[in-house]
Design a protein around this ligand. Structure first.
Ligand code: URA
Length: 432
């Protein structure tokens, strides 16, 4: 039998011209990119063609399967606690601004009796990444071996780790998308998330699908399609998957960046924190516990009685982190104050996300360093009363030359009005 071989220009041209990639072409290009036979510039061109032309459901499914096959697939189903199998459940967000939810959520779910194997990501475009945030804790390491993950799941019930050998094709493609303006693509988001989530060994999965100005997909119709696509990909791979559709027009909480988001998460774990962060944490926890088959546990109680905070301390300590060390904060601060009195208007999540990225919290080259202390603190929520001269935002960075660009991004992304903006629900729908 003659073996048909592919070449990158033909694969790129097929997609560029609106064609459908065959299963064999997808397997070849993912394998070739993982092992270096397909080069960054070729994959960049293909990603842009996918961004512009999209993919059929069959292409997305094969692309995801090929990414899963590029690495290991964990199986922790043999782990037991108190003689019973561990209930392994995870959540993943499609990416938002101020979306620190994983940080309080994982310990809440641990405290309620489920186990969480979480392959987490780094910042992507204007959105932050859980790993960049957690690594702002002195000593915290997300580079865990499979044995360490297994041991941690057994000992404390959770591990948050860099995907490492899981879906290595996604690691490379994710880094490339971050710097080639190809993040906002339904097939690329769905396959990126689901390849990691299927490979990490969770039995159930809750997806937080963001919709609005600060989400990758802005329209509700697109976000619904993304959620439905991911739920179907998960179910096809034997993972009990469901999704929430949640608002990302406004940033989540009052802190956006790396260490500032950890600080806000600690407030939530201490029983306080902004109401929207608490609401979403508890809504996702409820879905995760339901998917894991755990009932009769009130996740809110774990925030009130400190058990979630205890589990977070266990998790950080297990991964080498030291919470007694102060969290970093940018060496330079710039304040935005109110020029007049009134009511705080809407805050555009995209404007804040881009400002934070310009301050140094994200990357502009693959594998670049982020500033752990870079970020924005928001002092007034939409609808809060404002007096002339009140502080509205504080921007932090180690590099003062970055303020100009960050302030320009923020400009026009908020307003002071005469009446409060319309309220809208944070949790829009649930998709199963
Ligand atoms: N999270 C991911 O892991 N991948 C994406 O593409 C977006 C969010």
């Amino acid at each position: 039998m003659t073996r048909f071989t592919f070449d990158a220009p033909t694969v790129i041209r097929t997609k560029r011209d609106g064609g459908v990639l065959s299963d064999a072409a997808i397997d070849w290009v993912i394998d070739g990119y993982t092992h270096g036979a397909v080069h960054d510039e070729q994959m960049s061109a293909l990603l842009m063609a996918i961004f512009l032309k999209g993919m059929t459901p069959a292409e997305i499914s094969r692309w995801t399967a090929a990414m899963i096959d590029s690495g290991d697939r964990f199986d922790f189903s043999d782990l037991r606690a108190h003689g019973k199998p561990l209930r392994l459940v995870d959540k993943h967000s499609t990416g938002g601004v101020g979306d620190k939810i994983t940080i309080p959520l994982v310990p809440v779910v641990m405290a309620c009796g489920a186990a969480v194997p979480q392959a987490a990501g780094r910042g992507l475009g204007h959105t932050g990444g859980t790993l960049d945030k957690l690594e702002s804790i002195a000593g915290f390491s997300a580079e865990l071996s499979k044995d360490q993950i297994r041991q941690q799941l057994q000992d404390i019930g959770a591990a948050i780790f860099a995907a490492g050998d899981l879906a290595p094709a996604d690691r490379k493609i994710y880094a490339l998308r971050d710097v080639t303006a190809t993040t906002e693509s339904l097939p690329l988001i769905a396959s990126s998330i689901m390849s990691k989530k299927v490979a990490e060994g969770a039995q159930a999965l809750v997806l937080d699908t963001k919709v609005g100005r600060g989400a990758f997909l802005k329209s509700e119709a697109e976000a619904r399609e993304l959620a439905a696509t991911m739920v179907a990909l998960g179910k096809d791979q034997g993972v009990d998957t469901r999704a929430l559709l949640t608002d990302m027009d406004r940033p989540l909480g009052l802190a956006v960046g790396n260490a500032v988001e950890v600080a806000e998460s600690l407030d939530v774990l201490a029983g306080g924190g902004p109401p929207d962060v608490v609401e979403l944490t508890l809504a996702l926890a409820t879905q995760m516990l339901d998917a894991a088959g755990i009932d009769a546990t009130d996740p809110a109680q774990t925030l009130r009685d400190g058990t979630a905070m205890d589990r977070f301390r266990d998790l950080v300590a297990a991964q080498g982190g030291d919470l007694s060390q102060p969290l970093p904060i940018g060496a330079h601060a710039e304040h935005v104050t109110a020029s007049r009195g009134g009511t705080m208007g809407d805050i555009d999540a995209m404007a804040v996300g881009l400002a934070v990225w310009r301050l140094g919290a994200g990357r502009s080259t693959p594998g670049g360093q982020v500033q752990f202390g870079a970020g924005v603190r928001i002092h007034r929520r939409p609808g809060d009363p404002v007096a002339a001269g009140d502080p509205l935002f504080t921007l932090y960075t180690d590099t003062p030359a970055r303020f100009e660009g960050a302030l320009a991004e923020l400009d026009g992304g908020w307003s002071i009005d005469d009446s409060a903006p319309a309220d809208r629900p944070l949790i829009i729908d649930r998709i199963t």
